[in-house]
Design a protein around this ligand. Structure first.
Ligand SMILES: [Fe+2]
Length: 142
């Protein structure tokens, strides 16, 4: 490639990165604290709204189980508005992060699906990250 072509390409890449912004605006994340449910035997509706709900589905031919995480338990769904939404969900198997999703406000809401090997696994957990209310983790025995 000639020097002139390289300069053209560099100019195009610079234009593209300045023109297209990928990912949500990080300045909208106001709370990154790890939150605790005050009474785990009786979470409030506010806490249910932030807690991940984990569902384990079928196992494929390679031994990977479908794991779905939806944010909000007991039918209380977390909102997804311009300044208040679940911007990330992390999935852990026996404490090891195995999947992560980054979400845009309005067009998407708190949901993650992943295929995971669960043979011998004892615990699966997920963390939801709300822009305003912090991080909520839910764990379940497998
Ligand atoms: Fe929230």
């Amino acid at each position: 490639m000639k020097r002139r072509d390289l300069l053209k390409l560099a100019g195009l890449l610079s234009f593209a990165s300045a023109t297209y912004a990928f990912g949500y605006d990080k300045k909208l994340v106001k709370n990154t604290n790890d939150m605790k449910v005050k009474d785990p035997t009786h979470p409030t509706d506010f806490e249910y709204k932030h807690l991940p709900e984990i569902k384990i589905g079928d196992k494929d031919k390679k031994g990977y189980s479908l794991v779905e995480v939806s944010i909000g338990q007991h039918g209380i769904i977390h909102p997804s508005t311009a300044k208040h939404w679940i911007y990330e969900i992390d999935l852990y198997v026996d404490g090891k992060e195995v999947s992560k999703v980054s979400l845009e406000p309005i067009e998407s809401r708190g949901y993650l699906a992943s295929r995971v090997k669960l043979d011998g696994v004892k615990e699966i957990s997920a963390t939801s990250r709300c822009t305003l209310h912090g991080n909520y983790t839910y764990s379940m025995k497998v």
